[in-house]
Structure formats: structure tokens, C-alpha cells
Design a protein around this ligand. Structure first.
Ligand code: PLP
Length: 374
């Protein structure tokens, strides 16, 4: 084909991101009447009620372009986190934030450190920019190995992605580990600064219940090389609206503002997110549900002698044995439960399940028993 000749080299063998399958697609494909989705770490309680109210009272204004500066959303974030607006940016989800950072910083030849078995979108963004992803192995127990990150950091290292807690393993790094890592990072001789650290806290609110779980925002003041970002897709239940936000020093935020698409956060997303950030009830109810249901699922998995990884987030990575990941995923699909195959995360004997409502989790366990013929 002639088109291929004009495609950028790095895009020629690009693999698309495999998204969690939507419920209706599975109903259609497998002629199933009832399907539950436990695949994309959405909130089983649904969207923040405050967000829904805000959408209802604003939806008629969608004929206007959104406020390009997301002023009211940033103001709400600023109030909520007690940080100045000049240190805050917003985007169409964490996904866009990752891409904006890549476009802003990554040149051909730059090395970007990412962890094995971590969120796949970092490696995709690195590839898109024709930079080099250096993959750092995980420690036993599938946790980030920050000491090895330090060892693998060279003068070519432009940036480092850290996910805390990590998707898909659910493991996290403690405050003291992260502080030591930030302190020990070597200076880049040419630039006179340390490599950029991108701290992805998509599951921050769930992990708050863990011992010594750090709040990345506490490190911003002492680390001008740090970008922390979060999302409204998870605990706030707004995944369908596509809105995320980040914090960094003023200079970084200024550059992000220059390169981002002018209307990257749509109008309803801005309005909903600005209301959701103050929805304490949503946060507390969701934290409580996930805490209780995690206990229930751990107990049931133990009864079934299925190995799992302790999770600080709203999902659990568990062993797919005696099946391969993709095989167990397909068996669950036939039972009307969408979970997540871990083949693309190089975890061929694990599957990830999002923690659902109690009824959904019971159903998941019932189906697991059926698959294992117990
Ligand atoms: C670790 C991590 N970071 C970022 C994202 C992106 O989320 P969103 O683009 O919906 O904000 C996800 C989504 O699953 C995630 O798991």
C-alpha cells in the first residue's frame, strides 16, 4: 500500500491499546442476556451524585465551546488541594496527560524508565515519540523496584514513570521508599537537573487506607522535576467523561498549557469534575465498599486456593492457573463476566478483576468456582 510509505516509522508496527470490552459488545457477540463488567477499574457505585446534578443543570449549554482554561475546575482543584492554580493542569484523562508529557519532553534518543508489569500507556507514549523505553524488572511480590530504577538511571534518562499504586498489580511504594528514591536520583550533568519523575496516582483515594502510603503532592515543593497526576475516572466514577488533572512546578504547567489542544477537557467534564471533587460522600462510600469487598474476595480466593496479590487499589490480580490468562478471560466471558486478560502485561498466568458491588463479586466467585469445577 502506498499509504504505508508515508506513515512515520514508529507507527508502522504500533499495537493498539486493548481496552476493557463494553457490556453491550459482549452481549451482542456472545448472545448473552446478562453481562457484568469487572475489567476497567470503574466505580461500581456509579458516578458522583454531585457530578450528575451539575451535568443536569448545565447540559443545555453544550452548544458553547468549553472554557479553554478550565478555570472553574482548576479553582475547585486548587481549593480542594490547597495548591495555587499555577501549579495545576487538566486534560482528557490520565491518558492524555501521559501523552502531553511525552510530547513536551521526549526526544529521539532519550531513555525513559518504566517498570515491567506497569500501565501500558507509558510505553506507547514513549514509542510514539521515537524515544527508548528502558524496562526495569519488578521485585518479587510484583512491586516496583526503586533501587534498580536508580541503578538503571543514566545520563540519557529523561524521565521515569512511577505508578503508585500500580496497575495491574495493585502494589505500592511507601513514603520512605519514594522519598529516598527522589533524593538519590542523580543529576543530569548536561541539564543540571534530575530526570523528570512522573508519579501516576490514578488510584490515590483507594490507597489512602494503606500503611505509609505517600501523598505525592507532599514532594512537589522539594522536587521541581516531579509531576503528579490523578483522574476522575476511578473513585469519582466519571470514566466516560474523560477528565484528569496534574500538579507540577509553574514552568512545567506553563509549557503543558502551551501544547495541549485548546478544548481538551469538554464542557460537561469540567462542570461535573468541579462538583465531584467536593463529593465527600462518594469518596467515603466507595472507599468503604472497596475495603469490605476486598476482604470478601481475598477470603473467597483463599478458600479456593487461588493465589492473589494484595492490592492497594480497587482491583485484584490473581493467578489464572491452571489456565493461561487469555484462556481464563475467555471462560469468564462465556459466563457473562468481563475480567482483564494480562497477556499484554507479560503476566501470562494472572488475570485482573475489578472489585464490584457485593452481588457482582459473589457472581464472580460463583463463576470462578464453576470454571474450576468446584
Ligand atoms: C495507572 C493508570 N494511570 C492512568 C490511567 C488513565 O485513566 P484515565 O485516562 O481514565 O484518566 C489508568 C486507567 O486505567 C490507570 O490504570
Amino acid at each position: 500500500m502506498k499509504i504505508e510509505k508515508i506513515i512515520r516509522e514508529v507507527c508502522k508496527d504500533f499495537e493498539p491499546y486493548i481496552a476493557g470490552k463494553p457490556i453491550n459488545a459482549i452481549k451482542r457477540e456472545l448472545a448473552l442476556e446478562s453481562v457484568i463488567k469487572l475489567a476497567s477499574n470503574e466505580n461500581p457505585l456509579g458516578a458522583s451524585k454531585k457530578a450528575l446534578e451539575a451535568i443536569k443543570s448545565n447540559f443545555e449549554d453544550i452548544f458553547f465551546y468549553p472554557d479553554s482554561s478550565s478555570y472553574y475546575l482548576k479553582k475547585a482543584l486548587s481549593e480542594s488541594y490547597n495548591l495555587p492554580i499555577k501549579n495545576i493542569f487538566t486534560a482528557a484523562g490520565g491518558d492524555e496527560i501521559i501523552e502531553l508529557i511525552a510530547k513536551l519532553f521526549f526526544n529521539h534518543g532519550d531513555e525513559i524508565l518504566i517498570s515491567k508489569h506497569s500501565f501500558i500507556r507509558y510505553a506507547m507514549a514513549v514509542k510514539l515519540m521515537d524515544s527508548r523505553a528502558i524496562v526495569v524488572p519488578m521485585k518479587e511480590g510484583l512491586t516496583y523496584d526503586l533501587a534498580t530504577f536508580l541503578k538503571m538511571c543514566t545520563q540519557k534518562t529523561k524521565a521515569i514513570f512511577i505508578t503508585n499504586p500500580n496497575n495491574p498489580t495493585g502494589t505500592y511504594n511507601t513514603k520512605s521508599e519514594l522519598l529516598e528514591f527522589l533524593r538519590e536520583l542523580p543529576l543530569n550533568d548536561k541539564f543540571g537537573i534530575k530526570p523528570l519523575v512522573v508519579l501516576d496516582e490514578a488510584y490515590f483515594e483507594y490507597a489512602l487506607q494503606e500503611k505509609d502510603y505517600p501523598n505525592g503532592l507532599d514532594f512537589l515543593k522539594d522536587n521541581p522535576n516531579l509531576i503528579v497526576f490523578r483522574t476522575f475516572s476511578k473513585i469519582y466514577g466519571l470514566a466516560g467523561l474523560r477528565v484528569g488533572y496534574g500538579f507540577a512546578n509553574e514552568e512545567i504547567v506553563d509549557y503543558i498549557e502551551r501544547i495541549r489542544p485548546p478544548f481538551n477537557v469538554n464542557f460537561l467534564a469540567q462542570v461535573a469534575a468541579a462538583a465531584a471533587i467536593f463529593d465527600k460522600e462518594q469518596i467515603e462510600k466507595s472507599q468503604k465498599l472497596i475495603k469490605e469487598e476486598k476482604k470478601y474476595l481475598y477470603k473467597e480466593l483463599e478458600k479456593l486456593k487461588v493465589k492473589y496479590i494484595n492490592s492497594a487499589a480497587n482491583f485484584i490480580l490473581f493467578s489464572s492457573l491452571p489456565f493461561r490468562s487469555g484462556e481464563l478471560f475467555r471462560k469468564f466471558l462465556k459466563e457473562g463476566v468481563i475480567v482483564r486478560s494480562m497477556d499484554e502485561y507479560e503476566l501470562p498466568y494472572y488475570v485482573r478483576v475489578t472489585i464490584g458491588t457485593h452481588r457482582e463479586n459473589e457472581l464472580f466467585i460463583e463463576k470462578l468456582k464453576r470454571i474450576h469445577k468446584i
